[in-house]
Design a protein around this ligand. Structure first.
Ligand code: COA
Length: 695
């Protein structure tokens, strides 16, 4: 029989098994449809074959369309729809045998088979929405025909896969196979081989459709997927599936899929998908780099940050010893931590048993020497170099020789901290983002002497605790905060020129950020930024900062924690303008002789993203970030930059770098040399990443 390298054919008496061999995740790449079609044609023509089993080789069934082919013209894209059509009309029973993850095109392939069997640990889903697209090979028509409209919408709009056990209850899986999947699937195929008519999902009717349900779904996505294109297309298509013949939905789906695939939103989400995976790779660090075994963690400081950091490890089942300087602070920290867990339990995210299990892994202490058994110690104490140096000197004396000593500093020089120890190669920065148990980003600060083993261990650990770890170099603010500092400066300038803080925040909200710069400042605490500005001014020998925001801090308003800052807040924490603060800003402008002008939302977003891009380019040039993609990942996971815009550096490419350069010049900034060069050469930051990867 004809074989293609990606699909193996093997005969088990009267059953033909087609095994997809396209590691690592059996994506539907070029060669897969050809192999499947050839196998199906052979099986149709061979009277000795009674049924066909389709299975994935290696660790999984098909995990979806090959995302790398999304940029190809339609004619060159792998023909998933054609394969699905061939399966749907196939004259003999077909059985999809699922293990690992049957996602996207993989599940659509399975839905076009007559039967589906799965191992209990398999997971099934249509995650296309996460890539800004929609199921494009019959998924929007077939899934509601099997699981009903509500469940189909839930699965497609969340993109979250369901376990095979649930799929079995829903009828999405016909049988769970406990033992060997292939053996079980072949036995199942033999049992159904003679059954006629062959069941076809496309011939079923849709259950559970009501106009109210679609109206509710449309309303819900306004909140859950604000500003996004593909969720609305998914709802339209499921409605079509529920109200019109299958064929009509099938045709519409093809067209909508292309519309979504070609959208800037899908380009942005695909960029982040690959950038996230790329960020896990560190040039020069082989896969065989030895890792340290982290079995116990120490955290110094039980404040908001320390408590949040500790929770990450407790959640992953690692014991944590947490140290404070006073019993009162320790008790307060512990009760906050417990309250956090209990509120998760109330929301049904954790059982009370699980809360107790996690709390039992926590050892509170006032004795630093209790950290002697920890394999990793993270300090989250006051942001002061002298304090940190004293602490690291002490840690060096009491920690086990192999222990990693980490600082959660967000601004200080990790090299300087490492230098006070006798083991600078064991010192690293682990910069968590607040709230540390929620935000997915972890900046992993590689100091001059940090060893490869320590770095690789921390990358692996990030994954273990569910974080996206991105390696950054040492500089003031590392990547994220260094950029946000420039962004904050520009936001304050915009207000000085005439924009209201509400207008600045609203423009960034409209761009898709959950919080604008001033909402963020009020949440973080105005005194924090003020202290940094004072510190910088002192370092540079400049006078004390006295901008309009500094004057607000001096009135005693420090943000949400004091009930108000730039804005006032009600019980629901919704910001409202404060008349006194507006007057303060107006007085400031008058004092500086500024005649306020109208600033458009477009100018606000261009200037603010422009400053992010410009500082990002400097960071990249200095090698503080390895790739532009890393910066995007940092901004999406640490600062709420909308993933569907692909992060600031990707968004620069969408606008055109030349335009970013022109904007910067127009508003009085000097474009970074790297940005200017790329713009001149008509390139993007993705081109730069490729150049750097090639060396
Ligand atoms: N197309 C192309 N490449 C894919 C892919 C796809 N659909 N899914 C995964 N890959 C690649 C990844 O880029 C990665 O490549 P790398 O090793 O060169 O970095 C590799 O496969 C492994 O993926 P990774 O995510 O690191 O492995 P995992 O075991 O943590 O997760 C999945 C596996 C399948 C759950 C995850 O990759 C995933 O969610 N993929 C996307 C599925 C999807 O959205 N399908 C619908 C497409 S429309």
């Amino acid at each position: 029989m004809t074989q293609t390298p990606l699909v193996e054919q093997s005969r088990h008496d009267d059953i033909l098994v087609l095994t997809i061999q396209n590691p690592p995740v059996n994506a539907f790449s070029p060669g897969v449809p050809e192999g499947l079609k050839a196998g199906l044609s052979a099986a149709a023509a061979d009277e000795g074959i009674a049924a066909v089993v389709i299975i994935g080789g290696g660790r999984t069934f098909v995990a979806g369309a090959d995302i790398k082919t999304f940029g190809l013209p339609r004619e060159q894209a792998p023909d998933l729809r054609g394969t699905v059509q061939q399966l749907d009309a196939f004259p003999k029973p077909t059985v999809a045998a699922l293990h690992g993850t049957a996602l996207g095109g993989g599940l659509e392939l399975a839905l076009a088979c007559a039967y589906r069997v799965a191992v209990p640990g398999a997971r099934l889903g249509l995650p296309e929405v996460k890539l800004g697209v929609l199921p494009g090979a019959g998924g929007t028509g077939r899934l509601p025909r099997v699981v009903g409209v509500q469940k189909a919408l839930d699965m497609m709009l969340s993109g979250t896969p369901i376990p095979a056990t649930e799929a079995r209850e829903l009828g999405l899986v016909d049988e769970l196979i406990e033992g060997d999947l292939l053996e079980g699937a072949v036995a199942f195929a033999r049992r159904v081989a003679g059954q006629r008519p062959i069941p076809r999902v496309s011939e079923r009717s849709v259950q559970g459709a009501t106009p109210e349900l679609f109206a509710a779904a449309r309303e819900a996505i306004q909140k859950s997927h604000r500003g996004q294109l593909s969720p609305a297309l998914i709802v339209d298509l499921v409605e079509l599936a529920a109200t019109r013949p299958f064929e009509e939905g099938w045709q519409a789906e093809a067209q909508k899929f292309m519309e979504a695939r070609e959208s800037p939103q899908s380009r942005g989400l695909r960029h982040i998908f690959f950038a996230e995976r790329e960020s896990a790779k560190i040039p020069g660090l082989g896969k065989d780099t030895p890792l340290l075994n982290i079995r116990a963690v120490g955290v110094i400081g039980a404040g908001t940050m320390g408590g949040g950091i500790a929770m990450n490890f407790l959640n992953a089942g690692l014991p944590v010893t947490i140290v404070e300087t006073s019993q009162e602070a320790l008790d307060r920290g512990l009760s906050v931590l417990r309250r956090n867990y209990e509120s998760s339990a109330k929301k049904g995210r954790l059982t009370l048993d699980e809360v107790e299990r996690r709390m039992a892994l926590l050892t509170p202490t006032l004795e630093m020497t209790d950290l002697g058994g920890a394999d990793l110690i993270i300090e989250a104490v006051f942001e002061d170099m002298a304090v940190k140096k004293a602490l690291f000197t002490r840690l060096d004396g009491l920690a086990r020789d192999s222990a990693i000593l980490a600082t959660n500093t967000s601004t200080l020089d990790v090299n300087e901290i490492a230098a006070v120890t006798s083991r600078p190669e064991q010192v690293i920065g682990l910069h968590f983002f607040s709230p540390a148990n929620v935000m997915k980003l972890l900046e992993i600060v590689r100091a001059e002497k940090t060893s490869d083993t320590v770095l690789a261990t921390c990358m692996a650990l990030a994954r273990r605790i569910g974080k996206v770890g991105v390696v950054v170099g040492v500089c003031d603010g590392f990547v994220g905060n260094r950029m946000v500092h420039r962004y904050g400066e520009e936001a304050r300038r915009l207000v000085e020129e005439g924009a209201s803080p509400e207008a600045v925040d609203a423009a960034m909200n409209a761009l898709g950020l959950p919080m604008g710069p001033f909402q963020m400042t009020d949440m973080a605490g105005l005194d924090i930024g003020y202290a940094i500005r004072v510190h910088r001014a002192q370092q540079r020998g400049e006078p004390e900062p006295d901008g309009w925001l500094d004057r607000i801090v001096k009135t005693g308003r420090k943000g949400q924690k004091t009930g108000g800052g730039i804005y006032d807040y009600d019980d629901t924490r919704r910001p409202r303008p404060n008349a006194d603060m507006q007057a303060l800003i107006e007085a400031y402008r008058a004092e500086k002789g500024v005649t306020p002008r109208t600033v458009s939302a477009d100018e606000i977003t261009r200037r603010l993203t422009g400053t992010l891009i410009n500082e990002g380019a400097r960071i990249l040039d200095e090698g503080i970030a390895q790739r532009a993609g890393d910066i995007d990942v940092i901004y999406v996971y640490g600062y709420g930059f909308p993933a569907y815009r692909g992060g600031p550096m990707h968004s620069a490419g969408e606008q055109g770098l030349q335009r970013v350069v022109e904007d910067l010049k127009q508003y009085g900034h000097t474009p970074a040399p790297l940005l200017e060069r790329l713009a001149r050469e008509g390139k993007t930051f993705a081109d730069f990443d490729r150049e750097r990867a090639r060396g």
